[in-house]
Design a binder for this molecule. Structure first.
Ligand code: ATP
Length: 370
């Protein structure tokens, strides 16, 4: 495990009130607006958000390729805000790999060590170890052009890991790979990160990728962090409309709080009915509810018990092999998506145009702040 410079309780990386404005065409573009983040030693941390939300800019400020307009960047507690990239104990991996095409795999990986004038025996040992880690031993003499995209990305990884930085920054590193290979590499990256115990900061706009790989995710929007949490926290308990919609399907229902008992409120959805949901807004407040597709049951008969329930009509059926996705239009015109696993004992499927009841446990629907 890499713990050089680590002090007990000190985050590997901290960003304190970081902002970045670019001057572009005579105007200021606010790329990052006052971000605070603490990333722990050994954590797999993702910055997730749509194009232009400031992920890359944030990452480049950690690496030192960009300097913040205001705020402080710390590595293991030390202020590195004004420190040059090569003097920071971090490496960056890019989507484009940025390998030297005329050099062999060995020379690509050895490049940084040679520049630091390490002894040749030491270089051979470290390169062999790095290539072993990414499972490319035996390909030392190959030129990058003769390798597949996935293999080239492994070389880039080996090169970034060879000097054992305390953190690795990865900017959409799998973006150029096709889906199958990308999924295989996600698992591979996770394994490598566990093996080396280095802090990984991962930039992606792919929510599935962030959910699969991360210990924690910062969901970014418009230069700010919208929500910070574990994959389960941001998926199960989205804090804003943006997070609810960007990660997974939000199934938004707009209504008014009609009454409440404890944590659970009754919300009137005009034209569709009343449902109970987890909500702390006062009576009379307008709220948007979100409920995840797999938390919704769908059946022909009105369910008994204390489940929240609404009637609707199936408008779309999408068969996906292991599951089927149903779109159900409710009385107020809004639509919810329901996921059903196609298990052998599953109840019979609904068809387009059928009238159904959708229902959920009240604590599985959350009111989002306005
Ligand atoms: P993507 O996924 O598309 O790379 P991103 O979330 O990484 O997006 P950034 O690349 O950080 O976003 O860009 C944030 C904002 O800053 C965007 O509006 C972008 O146009 C702007 N921006 C980024 N770099 C520069 C630059 N060098 N000069 C001017 N504006 C820039």
């Amino acid at each position: 495990r890499h713990d050089a410079g680590a002090r007990a309780g000190t985050p590997a990386i901290s960003l304190e009130q970081i902002s970045k404005a670019y001057r572009s065409g005579g105007e200021d573009v606010q790329a990052v607006r006052g971000i605070d983040l603490r990333i722990e030693q050994g954590e797999f941390f993702s910055l997730l958000g749509p194009s232009g939300c400031g992920k890359t800019t944030t990452m480049r400020m950690v690496a030192g390729f960009e300097s913040p307009t205001s705020g402080t960047v710390r590595l293991h507690g030390d202020d590195v805000t004004g420190v040059a990239p090569h003097r920071r104990d971090v490496n960056m991996v890019f989507q484009s790999y940025a390998l030297f095409p005329h050099m062999t795999v060995f020379d690509n990986v050895a490049f940084g060590l040679r520049r630091k004038r390490e002894a040749s025996g030491e270089i051979r040992r470290k390169v062999a170890e790095a290539l072993e880690l990414v499972e490319l031993n035996g390909r030392e003499r190959t030129k990058p052009g003769r390798l597949s995209g996935g293999q080239q990305q492994r070389v880039a990884l080996a090169r970034a890991l060879v000097n054992r930085p305390s953190a690795l920054l990865l900017d959409e590193p799998l973006g150029a790979l096709d889906l199958k290979l990308r999924q295989a590499m996600q698992m591979e990256l996770k394994r490598i990160q566990r093996d080396v115990g280095i802090t990984f900061v991962y930039v992606t706009h792919d929510q599935g990728e962030a959910l699969t790989m991360s210990d924690r995710i910062a969901v970014m929007n418009g230069g700010r962090v919208e929500q910070l949490g574990t994959p389960a926290e941001v998926y199960e308990r989205p804090a804003t409309r943006f997070t609810a919609g960007f990660i997974g399907t939000s199934n938004l229902l707009s209504g008014t709080v009609a009454g409440r008992s404890g944590e659970v409120a009754t919300v009137r959805i005009e034209g569709a009915g009343e449902v109970r949901a987890s909500c702390d807004a006062p009576a009379g407040a307008r709220v948007d509810l979100t409920v995840r597709p797999e938390k919704i049951a769908m059946e022909a008969e009105e369910p008994a018990g204390d489940r929240a329930r609404l009637a609707g009509t199936v408008t779309e059926v999408v068969y996906l092999g292991s599951a089927t996705h149903y779109t159900v239009r409710l009385g107020d015109g809004s639509e919810v998506v329901v996921f059903r696993q196609n298990a052998s004992d599953a109840a019979s499927a609904a068809e387009r145009g059928e009238t159904v009841w959708v229902s959920w446990r009240p604590e599985h629907a959350y009111a989002l702040p306005g």
